[in-house]
Write a protein that binds this ligand. Structure first.
Ligand SMILES: Cc1ncc(C[n+]2csc(CCOP(=O)(O)OP(=O)(O)O)c2C)c(N)n1
Ligand SMILES: [Mg+2]
Length: 392
């Protein structure tokens, strides 16, 4: 059995897991009351995978996760007020109210986001690690994804390059045993997920994802290997989600008995019991910690409710990338070279943007022959063609 950390540290881990649990329970209620739009995926049951792993990171390391990422923002220190405001779509949300549940983001704490595309975060994680490598820092990236994501093409592509380029990245597959309503053994030929990176040169490890101590121990070892030896590692954390895939899940693919069985291994209850048994806390201490979490979530809800929605006229803010990094201004918008409704007020000065004149010529020619976006793309100067807006 892994040893406990210092008492203060152990209490903080329990407090953070409890905060995540209480936060998500309330988020579910707020969703049912239509305070939250879009999708809502909860990590209830998976808190040890979040806290055990993130607490093995240095502050300067990067964390990237999926659409199930409220807890990942909280564990990195994003205030619950700003996470709840994001769920509510308000200006004080950590993504300005524009991302919602699936797109938490907090660059100041190196939480590089939630991503809605299954497997989409893997190559991005490798990119962060490549950047750390090129800059010669000691930073490591921890990339979390689900068992279902391990079937995506991005998984193999990313493992290959991460191993080939010796990138400082740890991949953590939170195996909650389902990809939506499909059980692991029905969606993956290899169910021993820690081995799935081996043929690409990424060794595997496994931890008990219901045990915050074991998760911390194994992820800590993997991070050290990535940092010191520049060896990417894949860690499988065996866990279980107590709730449905999202709020709209009738859960016809598993039995109530199976859920009840896993609930006996509730990571928060088990860790509380251990702390009480080893006299780090008494029962009253555990209850006080829980009350504090509930009170903090109350404050987060009040804060989110009082925060305004983004102003309609800000709709186009942060949509286009403008500036020195963008070589051709047409990478901004390919419909026509003119500004569009909503952008008219912007004092965009395109005069100095390289390639503008060339673009005007090509765009005019393309519009004479056809309105088809593909023709515009084909007529773009090859050396500067990098448009992103009109992919068919
Ligand atoms: C590329 C892509 N395909 C399909 C979906 C729909 N989808 C959303 S979540 C999900 C299941 C992913 O399961 P897993 O990776 O195990 O993560 P979990 O939801 O269990 O945390 C699917 C198929 C998607 N978002 N993106
Ligand atoms: Mg899963």
């Amino acid at each position: 059995m892994p040893e406990l950390p210092e008492p203060d540290v152990a209490r903080e881990w329990l407090a953070t897991m409890t905060l995540i649990r209480r936060f998500e329970e309330r988020a579910g209620e707020m969703y049912a009351r239509a305070k939250v739009g879009g999708f809502l995926h909860l990590s209830i049951g998976e808190e040890a995978t979040i806290v055990g792993s993130a607490r093995a990171l240095r502050d300067s390391d990067y964390l990237i996760s999926t659409y199930r990422s409220h807890g990942h923002a909280l564990v990195r220190g994003t205030p619950p007020e700003n996470v709840m405001a994001e769920l509510f779509g308000r200006v004080d949300g950590c993504s300005g109210g524009r991302g919602g549940s699936m797109h938490m983001f907090d660059i100041s704490r190196r939480f590089m986001g939630g991503y809605g595309i299954v497997g989409g975060n893997l190559p991005i994680a490798a990119g962060f690690a490549l950047s750390s490598d090129l800059q010669g820092t000691e930073d490591v990236t921890l990339c979390m994804f689900g068992d279902g994501a391990s079937n995506q093409g991005t998984f193999g592509e990313t493992m290959n390059l991460a191993a080939l380029w010796k990138l400082p990245v740890v991949f953590m597959v939170s195996n909650n045993q389902f990809g939506m309503g499909t059980a692991l053994e029905r969606h993956s030929a290899v169910t021993d997920l820690q081995r799935k990176g081996e043929s690409f040169g990424v060794p595997g490890m496994r931890c008990d994802g219901m045990d915050v101590l074991d998760t911390h121990r194994v992820i800590g070892a993997a991070l050290e290997r990535a940092r010191e030896e520049r060896q990417p590692v894949l860690v499988e954390a065996l866990t279980y989600r107590f709730r449905g895939h999202s709020m709209a899940d009738p859960e016809e693919y598993r039995t109530k008995e199976q859920v009840a069985e896993w609930r006996k291994r509730d990571p928060i209850a088990l860790f509380s019991e251990r702390l009480v048994a080893e006299r780090v806390l008494d029962e009253a201490g555990v209850a006080a910690l829980d009350e504090a979490a509930v009170a903090r979530v109350d404050e987060a809800v009040a804060f989110a409710d009082a925060s305004p929605f983004p102003a309609p006229e800000s709709l186009y803010d942060d949509v286009y990338a403008l500036g020195d990094q963008v070589r051709g201004w047409y990478s901004v918008d390919e419909r026509t070279p003119n500004v569009h409704k909503g952008e008219d007020e912007r004092s965009m000065d395109h005069g100095d943007v390289p390639g503008r004149e060339q673009y005007d010529r090509h765009a005019a020619g393309a519009h004479e022959s056809s309105d088809d976006g593909d023709d515009v793309a084909a007529s773009r100067p090859a050396d500067t063609a990098q448009g992103t807006g009109a992919a068919g």
